[in-house]
Design a protein around this ligand. Structure first.
Ligand SMILES: NC(=O)C1=CN([C@@H]2O[C@H](COP(=O)(O)OP(=O)(O)OC[C@H]3O[C@@H](n4cnc5c(N)ncnc54)[C@H](O)[C@@H]3O)[C@@H](O)[C@H]2O)[C@@H](O)CC1
Ligand SMILES: [K+]
Length: 549
C-alpha cells in the first residue's frame, strides 16, 4: 500500500525539523537520494556504464525544489558527471547554487525568465550576472544531454509552468514527439506544474521517466492525470516519516488486494458468503445482465438472485445456470446486497426495480442506469456510505447536473474538469450524495462520504490495462463489486486488515477498491492484449486463485 500525502501534510511533518534548524539537512538528504537515482539512469545511458562523460541538465526553479536540484547537481559533479543548471525562475536557492558552483557545475539562466506572478520580471541581482541562454540555446543544451532533471516547481507551486519555462517545455515536447531518442527525464518531487495535492496537470508538462520524491508519496503520484506523468516513483526517506499523520489517498497494490480479498472459511455457507440481488438488463439490452451476473459468479458470490424479464432471464440462465432468476420485485426477496443498473434503460419494470433498490436498506452497487435514480434520490436526503455509485467521468457529470438542479451544489463540473481532477470531484460527489463514489478512469478513485465519526477515505487503484476500454468491461466490474459488497455486508469486519479506516463506513470504500483492484489485475493476467468481458470474468478466478500474503 502506498500512503500518499498532500504537500501540506508533508510540510506539517517537516515543520518541527525546520523550526529546529534542520532544513539544510533535509534538503541534502533529499538531494543525495535524488542524485543516486539520476546516477542509475546515467549509467544506463552510457554504453560503458560509467558516469564520467555523461551530461545532466538541471532545470532549476526559484524555490526549494530548485534547491534540491542544485544540491543533487553538486553530488553528481562529485561523481564525475558534467552538470549544467539552467535557472528558470527570477532567483535561485543560494546555498544550492554555491554548492554546485564550488564543484565546477556550470550555471546559466533562461533569457526572458520571470517570477511566478509576472513572467516579465527581470532576474534578481543574485542571478543577473549569469550568462543568459535564449530558448533555442537552452533547448539544444537539453536535447544533447543524457539526462534532464526537472527541478522547476514542487509542492509549493500553484498553477502550471508559465512564461519562458512553459515555452521551453512546449518546444522540448514537440521535439520529443518526433524523435525516438532523447534524454532521460527525472522529476524532482513532482513533475513541475503538476498539482501535488490533486494530480491536476496544466499543460505543458515534462513527462518523466522517473520521479524521486521525499518523505512520502504525494497524491499526484497515485491519481490521474499526475500518475501518468510520474514514471517510476522512488520515495527517499529524509527523517520525517514517523511524523506523518493521516494520508490523503491510499493506493492499493496487487499484494494488498490479494492479501485483503475476503476468502470463505470452513464454516461459511452460500448464505453467509453473501447473497447478491441483481437488477440488470432489459429485453433490448440483455448483454449487461449476462455479463454482470457472470462476473459475480466468477468472483465467487455465495448466491445470485437475478430479477428481470423472461427473455433476459433465459439468457442469463443459459450463460450461468448458478443464478436464481425470477420476475420478483426487490422488496419480495431477501439478499445481503444489490447490484442495480447495468443495461437498464427505457424499461419501466426494471426502472421500478432500480428505484426500489435505491430506496432499500441493503448496501447496493448503483451502476449505469441506476445512477440517475440515485442522484435524484439525493433531493430526499443523503444516500449512505453503503450505496456505492460507479460512474465514469461522463456519468458523474450527469450526477452533478442533478445535484445542481436540486440546489445541493452550485458547481456542476463537466467531464473535462472531472477528468482533470478526478480525486477532487470523486470526493466532492461522495460528500454531497452521502454515498461511496467509485470514479472509473485511467486510475480508479474511490471516496467515502465521511461522517462525524470517520473522515473521508480516499483510495486509488491503478494497473488496469488500457485494453479494458471496451463495452461490457464496466458490467464485469459491477458484477465483481456486487459479489465483494455482498460478502462485506455479511462480514462487516472482513477488511479490517487493510487498516482502521476500512472499518465502519470506510468498509464500503475498501470493498469497492478491492473489486476495482481485482478487475484491474484480471485485465493483465495474460499480459497486454484484448480482454473481452467474458475472458475478463474468467480471469477473475485465476487472479483469486493466486494465494495472497
Ligand atoms: N520543506 C522542506 O524542508 C523540504 C522541501 N523540499 C523541496 O521543497 C519543495 C517545495 O519548495 P517550495 O515551498 O520552495 O516551493 P517550490 O520550489 O515548489 O516553488 C515555489 C517557488 O516557485 C514560485 N512559483 C509558484 N508557482 C509558480 C509557477 N506556477 N510558476 C513559476 N513560479 C512559481 C514561488 O514564488 C516560489 O518561489 C518540495 O517540492 C521539495 O522539492 C525538499 O528539499 C525536502 C525538504
Ligand atoms: K519538479
Amino acid at each position: 500500500m502506498i500512503d500518499a500525502y498532500t504537500g501540506a501534510g508533508v510540510r506539517a511533518a517537516e515543520q518541527p525539523l525546520l523550526d529546529a534548524g534542520h532544513g539544510d539537512i533535509l534538503m541534502r538528504r533529499a538531494a543525495l537520494g535524488l542524485s543516486r537515482v539520476c546516477e542509475t539512469h546515467l549509467r544506463r545511458a552510457n554504453r560503458k556504464g560509467l558516469l564520467s562523460g555523461t551530461t545532466t541538465v538541471i532545470l532549476v526553479g526559484s524555490g526549494n525544489n530548485g534547491g534540491d536540484g542544485l544540491w543533487a547537481g553538486s553530488f553528481l559533479r562529485r561523481a564525475g558527471v558534467m552538470v549544467t543548471a539552467i535557472l528558470t525562475g527570477s532567483t535561485a536557492h543560494p546555498q544550492g547554487l554555491k554548492a554546485l558552483r564550488a564543484l565546477g557545475g556550470s550555471v546559466v539562466r533562461l533569457e526572458g525568465q520571470g517570477s511566478a506572478t509576472d513572467p516579465n520580471t527581470a532576474p534578481d541581482a543574485s542571478i543577473a550576472g549569469f550568462h543568459a541562454l535564449d530558448r533555442g540555446q537552452a533547448l539544444s543544451t537539453m536535447t544533447s544531454a543524457h539526462l534532464v532533471l526537472d527541478a522547476m516547481l514542487g509542492t509549493g507551486a500553484w498553477g502550471g509552468l508559465r512564461g519562458e519555462a512553459a515555452a521551453l517545455v512546449e518546444d522540448f515536447n514537440a521535439i520529443r514527439r518526433e524523435s525516438a531518442t532523447g534524454p532521460r527525464i527525472v522529476a524532482c518531487d513532482v513533475v513541475s506544474g503538476v498539482n501535488a495535492d490533486s494530480g491536476e496537470a496544466p499543460e505543458p508538462v515534462l513527462k518523466a521517466h522517473a520521479t524521486v520524491t521525499f518523505g512520502a508519496a504525494k497524491v499526484a503520484h497515485v491519481v490521474a492525470p499526475g500518475e501518468q506523468l510520474t514514471g517510476h516513483l522512488t520515495v527517499i526517506p529524509i527523517g520525517i516519516e514517523d511524523r506523518l499523520e493521516h494520508p490523503s489517498v491510499y493506493r492499493l497494490e496487487a499484494q494488498d488486494i490479494l492479501a485483503a480479498w475476503p476468502r470463505p472459511t470452513a464454516t461459511d455457507t452460500k448464505y453467509t458468503r453473501g447473497v447478491l440481488g441483481v437488477v440488470a438488463g432489459t429485453p433490448s439490452y440483455p448483454g449487461a445482465a449476462i455479463m454482470s451476473t457472470n462476473a459475480a459468479v466468477q468472483t465467487g458470490a455465495g448466491m445470485i438472485r437475478f430479477l428481470g424479464d423472461a427473455s433476459t432471464r433465459g439468457m442469463v440462465l443459459a450463460q450461468s445456470p448458478e443464478v436464481v432468476c425470477s420476475d420478483d420485485q426487490p422488496w419480495d426477496v431477501h439478499v445481503q446486497a444489490w447490484l442495480a443498473g447495468p443495461g437498464v434503460a427505457d424499461d419501466e419494470s426494471q426502472a421500478a426495480r432500480v428505484q426500489a433498490v435505491v430506496e432499500a436498506q441493503e448496501p447496493a452497487v448503483l451502476d449505469a442506469g441506476a445512477l440517475t435514480a440515485a442522484a435524484q434520490s439525493v433531493a430526499d436526503g443523503r444516500l449512505g456510505a453503503h450505496k456505492i455509485l460507479t460512474p465514469h467521468a461522463g456519468e458523474l457529470e450527469q450526477v452533478y447536473e442533478w445535484l445542481k438542479g436540486f440546489g445541493v451544489t452550485d458547481d456542476a463540473p463537466d467531464r473535462t474538469r472531472i477528468e482533470a481532477a478526478p480525486v477532487h470531484w470523486a470526493r466532492e460527489a461522495a460528500r454531497l450524495t452521502g454515498a461511496t463514489v467509485l470514479l472509473k478512469g485511467a486510475t480508479t478513485i474511490i471516496a467515502s462520504p465521511g461522517s462525524e465519526e470517520q473522515d473521508q477515505v480516499c483510495l486509488s487503484i491503478g494497473q488496469a490495462s488500457p485494453w479494458l476500454a471496451t463495452a461490457g468491461s464496466g458490467d464485469t466490474l459491477a458484477g465483481i463489486l456486487g459479489a465483494v459488497v455482498a460478502h462485506v455486508a455479511e462480514h462487516p469486519e472482513a477488511l479490517r486488515r487493510l487498516g482502521e479506516w476500512a472499518r465502519g463506513d470506510g468498509r464500503w470504500a475498501a470493498a469497492a477498491a478491492l473489486g476495482a483492484g481485482v478487475h484491474a489485475l484480471a485485465s493483465r493476467v495474460d499480459g497486454e492484449g484484448p480482454v473481452p468481458p467474458t475472458v475478463l470474468a474468467a480471469n477473475v478466478r485465476r487472479v483469486l486463485r493466486t494465494k495472497g500474503q
